[in-house]
Design a protein around this ligand. Structure first.
Ligand code: ADP
Length: 853
């Protein structure tokens, strides 16, 4: 992999080098092209410049002719007035006035006659001054001769003939000063030349290096000549030892003269090369930017690749982690089954053995296997959370019932350790809530257990409060304060790390895995709650859990301590709250187990119970007999409870028109009460049915005259029996099993062990048939019946304390309603297994009870 990456890097680097080289070549070519263009541009500029300079020279020459013409005017006038006195007119002063004060020593005027005599000034040699001849032909002329200098001549007519030629002669020494045209701030030189190549005004400085005879120069000149054929100005560059120069030529308007100039290229190019350099810089800069960009992109690509690889590695790690979690889950599951058997058998030993030694061994086995089970449970929970399989099932619950369980469990532990346990529950808290009760219980037990575990003396307090939210929900706030060892500031961060235990020196001997808080914090997170810790090392800690819960019943919880006291009393012994042998109750439920539960729960009240298993049967019965109360299940196949009630109300021959009807429902959903009242029911009871609630409900609806008190004698007898078994029942209060919460089961059996055992055996007896129903509908993909069956299982299993089975059944029921086939397929096997395991534990329990008898 590394090699591949290295190869790729080299390839990319070579590619980039090639690309940059190409760009550099392009840059150089561009530079050449730009030079060429600039030279062309410079030539053009020079041609324009040459034209302008030629104009300047022209103007200068024209000024001479203007002056001379003025003078000629005077001469003509004088000549006209007075034939013999021409020269008189050309008095020195006048000439000077016309020629201007600048007239110098080396400038001379003269008036020549055709025969060569000078009428004024000195005579000139016609042969050497071509201009004189030309002016006698009638033209204004400029001519130059080595000896004489620069000569301006104009004809002066007498009638139609040229009579004189007026000349103005500049001595050679004055020419540059008077007619030299400076250019480029003196850096360039100009001369004026006639068409035949004769220099009229030489260069200002000694242009020694310029030799027009030079073959290269000749070439340049001929090039310029060519250009001049089609243009009035031309420029071309040439090279000599001083460097590169430009030669430029422009035609002057007057007198067939040319302005010729030379200027070093550097002078013309000044500024232009700046542009070229600038362009080069920009190009270079762009190149650099491009290089940086490419390097960056390359880096980014590498990074993307790396992160891609990281992603893949992460996915692989996650997969491995999932497999680990699954493995752990399976293992824990597999380990738990034999542990349950060990614990069950050990329980037998404990109960049956008379030998104190053996009993002690068995107690040790019990304590060790409980710890082992707790550990396995933690690992299972943890791996479930890790693999995302932890179900957070929300349902309606009563806060009192949740707190009763938690307080009951912790109080025993705190007492055993000699700690005080305080409970403070806000009276105003609503009792009916909707949320993940099982998980909240787990969270509270975890934190409270830690409080007890890590406190040597003093107290542990549970404070429960709540804040009503704007959306009508409740933020349930549970605080656990202890006066324990506390947590160091630097350890607080580690608290929620998996398998992390703190302060091992101090905590030696305290059993734990370091998973409790890791699980708790993840659960809280999944429930959108918060978990905070406040602690002073050596003084104690406060753990605060806040969880949002919906409110189903805003009736206040009231005095929790009082409620707890009643609960404990009820836990210890059950007495029916009334007897009503005359009362007739009709129970309608498709599930025999439920019918059995109701029948058993009401046994001691002596009410007369009629059972039926469908809405149709119910309608038949109420046509024949008058009942005092009807308990009507909601969810039944064919005709459900609501439909049954609707038809009953519409039925003419209904003898129970006035009879209160109570809905039995396993769906304690939000606003259930209102829903049932609206449908015409008088009240509702949620399944699994709580014996006390059922009795209270019936006491309310059975006509007063039929209600009687329980008999004193009977009570005494029962109390005696209760005492005998109380030692044993206490043991059952702590959940021994994994699948069967016997204390919960006992609670649903109104604290009556005999009844509970009956429930359990019925549960076991019915297992095969119910399992078959579920399996059949599953295989036939009959979602409707499947949902009905798991719905029934949800409450029957809970009524015996089979919480796990009930939870899964509830989840499957939801899946059935929402047509989540995949979820059902994934969990069907698990359901069957849980069913078996729960029944197995139930059998062990029944067996144990039997053995005890
Ligand atoms: P454990 O199974 O070790 O109790 P937890 O995850 O529940 O695992 O807790 C992790 C560690 O946090 C414990 O080992 C203990 O050191 C510390 N801890 C937890 N609760 C308390 C507490 N109430 N007081 C002091 N230390 C605590």
């Amino acid at each position: 992999m590394k090699n591949k990456l290295g190869d790729r890097k080299i390839k990319i680097a070579v590619g980039m080098a090639l690309f940059i080289s190409v760009l550099v070549i392009v840059g150089i070519l561009m530079q050449f092209k730009m030079r060429e263009l600039l030279e062309e541009y410079m030539e053009k500029q020079l041609e324009i410049q040459a034209g302008i300079l030629a104009e300047q020279a022209d103007e200068r020459f024209q000024a001479e002719f203007v002056n001379m013409n003025l003078l000629a005017g005077y001469i003509r006038k004088a000549g006209m007035d007075e034939e013999s006195g021409i020269w008189n007119a050309l008095e020195e002063e006048q000439v000077k006035e016309i020629a201007g004060p600048a007239l110098k020593e080396h400038v001379s005027f003269g008036l020549l006659e055709l025969d060569g005599n000078a009428v004024y000034g000195k005579a000139l040699d016609f042969t050497k001054c071509s201009g004189i001849v030309e002016s006698f032909r009638g033209k204004e002329a400029v001519s130059y001769s080595e000896e004489a200098g620069l000569l301006f001549t104009i004809p002066i007519y007498s009638g139609n003939n040229v009579k004189y030629v007026l000349y103005k002669l500049y001595d050679k020494s004055l020419l540059v000063e008077e007619f030299g045209i400076t250019c480029y701030g003196g850096a360039g030189m100009t001369l004026l030349a006639s068409e035949d190549g004769q220099i009229v005004v030489p260069f200002a400085k000694e242009a020694g290096s310029v030799s027009f005879e030079d073959p290269e120069m000749e070439e340049v000149v001929s090039h310029i000549r060519e250009k001049m054929n089609v243009s009035t100005a031309a420029a071309a560059d040439y090279k000599d030892e001083s460097g590169k120069n430009f030669l430029f030529v422009a035609e002057m308007n007057s007198k067939d003269l040319y302005l010729v100039g030379i200027v070093p290229e550097a002078v013309v190019a000044e500024g232009m090369w700046d542009i070229s350099t600038l362009v080069l810089w920009v190009f270079g800069l762009l190149l650099l930017l491009f290089a940086i960009g490419t390097v960056y992109l390359f880096g980014a690509e590498e990074k993307a690749k790396e992160s891609d690889e990281l992603r893949k590695a992460k996915a692989a790690a996650e997969k491995a982690n999932r497999s680990k979690s699954e493995f752990l889950a399976n293992m824990s599951h597999e380990i738990r089954t034999p542990i349950n058997a060990v614990m069950g058998m050990n329980e037998m030993v404990l109960r049956e053995s008379q030998d104190e030694n053996i009993k002690e061994y068995a107690q040790n086995i019990q304590s060790a296997s409980r710890n082992l089970l707790a550990l396995i449970n933690d690992i299972l929970d943890f791996s479930k959370i890790e693999s995302g399989k932890m179900e957070i099932v929300e349902e309606s619950y009563h806060l009192t019932s949740l707190l009763n369980d938690v307080v009951n469990m912790i109080q025993v532990r705190a007492e055993q350790k000699g700690l005080e346990f305080h409970v403070e529950v806000d009276k105003e808290l609503p009792n009916g809530l909707y949320g993940a009760e099982t998980r909240i219980r787990q969270i509270m037990v975890n934190i409270l257990t830690n409080g007890v575990k890590y406190t040597k003396k003093g107290s542990v307090s549970l404070i429960v409060r709540g804040e009503k939210q704007e959306d009508g929900s409740l933020l349930l706030k549970m605080m656990v304060k202890d006066t324990g060892i506390g947590i160091r500031e630097e350890d607080k961060q580690k608290l929620f790390i998996d398998f992390q235990r703190l302060d091992m020196a101090v905590n030696q001997g305290i059993e734990g895995t370091g998973l409790g808080l890791a699980i708790t914090s993840r659960l809280v997170e999944r429930m959108q709650g918060s978990l905070t810790v406040d602690s002073t090392y050596g003084e104690g800690s406060t753990f605060t859990v806040c969880l949002p819960q919906k409110i189903t019943d805003s009736e206040c919880i009231g005095d929790f301590k009082e409620k707890y006291r009643v609960y404990m009393q009820r836990q210890q012994k059950y007495h029916e709250s009334f007897v009503a042998p005359e009362a007739k109750i009709l129970v309608v439920d498709d599930n025999e187990m439920n019918l059995f539960v109701v029948r058993s729960l009401l046994k001691k009240t002596e009410v007369q119970i009629t059972e039926c298993k469908s809405g149709r049967e119910c309608l038949e019965l109420i046509a024949k007999e008058k009942f005092h109360v009807i308990l009507l299940d909601h969810m039944m196949p064919e005709m459900d409870g609501i439909e049954t009630l609707r038809r009953a109300k519409a039925m003419e021959e209904n003898l129970c028109r006035e009879t209160p009807v109570i809905a039995l429902t396993a769906n304690a959903i939000l606003g259930a009460r209102d829903t049932y009242l609206k449908e015409g029911f008088d009240s509702y009871l949620s399944k699994p049915i709580d014996g006390m609630e059922l009795e209270n409900m019936l006491k309310n609806y059975i006509p007063k005259e039929l209600l009687g008190e329980r008999q004193e004698e009977k009570q005494k007898q029962e109390d005696k029996q209760d005492k005998e078994i109380s030692r044993e029942t206490k043991k059952e209060k702590e959940p021994l099993n994994e699948y069967l919460d016997t204390s919960l089961g006992m609670q649903y059996s109104a604290g009556n062990e005999e009844m509970y055992r009956e429930f359990l055996s019925m549960f076991c007896d019915m297992k095969e048939e119910k399992k078959q129903n579920i399996q059949k509908s599953f295989l036939e993909e009959d979602l409707e019946n499947y949902t009905v069956y798991v719905h029934a299982l949800k409450s029957t299993s809970l009524s015996i304390g089979g919480k796990k089975l009930s939870e899964l059944a509830a989840r499957l029921e939801k899946a059935g309603r929402q047509k989540e086939i995949d979820f059902i397929k994934e969990h069907e096997e698990e359901l069957m297994e849980l069913y078996e395991l729960t029944a197995e534990e139930a059998r062990v329990f029944i067996q144990g009870e039997k053995n005890r008898e």
